[in-house]
Design a protein around this ligand. Sequence first.
Ligand SMILES: *Cc1c(COP(=O)(O)O)cnc(C)c1O
Length: 402
Amino acid sequence: MPKQEGRHFLQIPGPTNVPDRVLRAIAAPTIDHRGPEFARLSKEVLEGLKVIFKTQGRVIIFPGSGTGAWEAALVNTLSPGDKVLMFETGHFATLWYNMAQRLGLAVDFVPGDWRGGVDPAAVEVKLAEDRGHKIKAVAVVHNETSTGVASRIGEVRAAMNRVGHPALLLVDTISSLASIDFRMDEWQVDVTVSCSQKGLMLPPGLGLNAVSDKALAANKSAGFKRSYWDWQEMLANNKTGFYPYTPATNLLYGLHEAINMLLEEGLERVFARHDRHGEATRRAVRAWGLELLCTNPAEYSSSLTAVLMPAGHDADALRQLILKRFNMSLGTGLGKVKGRVFRIGHLGDFNDLSLAGTLSGVELGLALAGVPHQAGGVGAALAYLTEVAREAGGGKSSASAA
Ligand SMILES: *Cc1c(COP(=O)(O)O)cnc(C)c1O
């Protein structure tokens, strides 16, 4: 690859851009993972993550990807042959379903058109029909990274409570944690699955489970064989700040710094920033005359936007042109929507000007690739950002008052 001027724009919805502060933290010398300095670090990280997950439960950090954390959630709470309810919201929900099948769970996989999220009414109907309480878990993806649809987890929980069903609620928050509001305890989520390389702004390499008391109780009788992913060994070692095997020490330095950054900004402001960038992006897409994949405004994702291409135009050809000409990576269409959509990641270490640059790259690409569209998407996004900044007092009046 020839050298390209300026920084690469990594606007896929994960891995995301790693802030310089986190990169510097990771660059520190590796320490003894059985020494006192490490124990201090790991206890601070585990406490900090509870704030991010909004839970008083236990948090477990595995060296691994998000897929490993999916497996850990299933094998620690369930037994072979157990019935599980899942929803086809997109590619990631399908992959988690495939894993559950391979492990030997009996999954009721409710079909979907990849343009909406988990329907809380459907959860209610399925659970109400299950009078014998055969369904042991409802496993859903909070933010479907393949479609840009965010399911309403609070409403899914409310549906479960309305029918008084005791199933565990397992939620994948891989592309929502630290970007879109997620309330583990308030929504009585039993296992939250996440990982390092999306909203947490780290490189790939850490898989996370946050675990409720009810999930810990289920763990006692869960019949799956497990070793590397076993919670009990991890929790026993974590009590003193240690791990049953070598942790990803330098990624934990990075995680410590990332948590500091998120808490300095304030979680609610982090969410508001993502909401603003999601809305600005959708305004750009509409101004271009293109269509959003997500059809339900109550389920728009604030961490990424999936855009449908006009018929006869290939999303990957557009992405390739934008990469080559403008040094920006956009997300490819996954699974069923391959070639038909491209995805704009606007999560993690990202601000108004990174958004303006990203959308400019898309608008330039659309023009050069000959994709039918109207100009003015960037302008529409900037107009919205201006409006929000004015309302927040970022305009003339506050400057003169200062
Ligand atoms: C990225 C992603 C995954 C997969 O995580 P890996 O780290 O690639 O294993 C799973 N679920 C969602 C929603 C994701 O965005």
